[in-house]
Design a protein around this ligand. Structure first.
Ligand SMILES: Cc1cc2nc3c(=O)[nH]c(=O)nc-3n(C[C@H](O)[C@H](O)[C@H](O)COP(=O)(O)OP(=O)(O)OC[C@H]3O[C@@H](n4cnc5c(N)ncnc54)[C@H](O)[C@@H]3O)c2cc1C
Length: 304
């Protein structure tokens, strides 16, 4: 593969920022991660389509990310191309029928606020979840009881090599922090079905949810949110906590003393530090309870 050829072909030729060796610590909420060999922030559909075509021709692997709020990137980085979506992909349009059409690059917090302003209810559970609409849909983000997939009426993806494809929300299997949308497809836009609500009630609900988050979660330090998925009927945080691991640290990373399913960057943490703590928590929970915790955080650049 030739990252160099791809860079030379794309740089200055498309509506995008095209960068070599861009540090991914600048693009993750963890503030951790080595460089991406190539980084493309696509401002338009034309730029995105051209980017994936050139990457295919040059046999360069790629990954699409949002705000990197569910991502741990290795210290040595990623030797392919990281793509992000902005500008044309950040639009939010309120429909006459209680729907909201959102570009995948739009910040989820902005989507939540626009829905509130329009007096539309149904996204209150998303308040406080960082990231983009595309990242939220890809992760089927939400809580234990509510998730964004339930609100997706339809969505448009780019199938590299084929073109655009529209899914109905009901075509997609929405799982716990997962969907049936293949990782080879890029989510571009989605229409969410909401319902009219009282602005005062929506605001009160969101304030209460934010209060609970502030109380339970270590929001003052960089993190990726929950590290492990909750096993059926159990809480990953409680399992890790009951192994006595709250506050355990490795280098600059620490299992949060406030919430044991958060590993925070106390300053200067490396991906290796976080991985060591993930391994320790996983192994101790397995040894004590026989529960094989699975990561919710996505890993990038750690090899096969
Ligand atoms: C403090 C904190 C609290 C959090 N609380 C919650 C919570 O309550 N509930 C919850 O579900 N999550 C939570 N998270 C995790 C995270 O915010 C969500 O998973 C979020 O939806 C990820 O969005 P993102 O844009 O940052 O995606 P990224 O982290 O950049 O990417 C996540 C995944 O989505 C894929 N992806 C991103 N954009 C696209 C696209 N356009 N097309 C296809 N695939 C794409 C990426 O390839 C990757 O696999 C929290 C994180 C933090 C830091």
């Amino acid at each position: 593969m030739s990252v160099f050829n791809a860079y030379m072909t794309l740089s200055g030729a498309i509506d995008a920022d095209v960068l070599r060796d861009e540090r991914l610590s600048r693009h993750t909420t963890y503030r951790i991660g080595g460089p991406a060999a190539l980084f493309v922030a696509a401002h338009s559909y034309a730029a995105l389509a051209r980017t994936v075509a050139v990457l295919a021709a040059e046999h360069v692997d790629w990954v699409i990310i949002g705000k990197g709020s569910n991502l741990l990137v290795s210290d040595r980085g990623y030797d392919g191309c990281v793509i992000t979506l902005d500008d044309e992909f950040s639009r939010i349009a309120i429909g006459d029928d209680g729907s909201v059409t959102v570009g995948a690059g739009a910040a989820l917090s902005k989507v939540v606020n626009e829905a509130l302003k329009a007096g539309l209810s149904g996204l209150e559970f998303c308040v406080g979840i960082p990231g983009t609409a595309g990242g939220a849909i890809s992760m089927d983000a939400g809580t234990r009881h509510e998730w964004i997939g339930r609100r997706v009426r339809d969505l448009v993806v780019l199938r590299p090599g084929e073109g655009l494809h529209r899914y109905q929300g009901s075509d997609v299997e929405w799982g716990y922090r997962s969907t049936s949308i293949p990782t080879s497809e890029i989510i571009l836009e989605a229409t969410l079905a909401l319902e009219p609500g009282s602005r005062a009630e929506i605001t009160a609900d969101m304030e209460e949810r934010l209060r609970r988050r502030r109380e339970a979660q270590p929001l003052g330090a960089p993190s990726c949110g929950s590290v492990f998925r909750n096993p059926p009927e159990r809480s990953a945080g409680i399992l890790v906590e009951s192994c006595g691991l709250k506050g355990a640290s490795c280098g600059g990373a620490q299992i949060s003393p406030e919430h044991a399913n958060f590993i925070v960057n106390r300053g200067g943490a490396t991906a290796a530090d976080v991985i060591a703590l993930i391994g320790r928590a996983h192994d101790e929970v397995l040894a004590r309870y026989g529960v094989d915790l699975a990561c919710e955080v996505k890993l990038l650049g750690f090899g096969a």
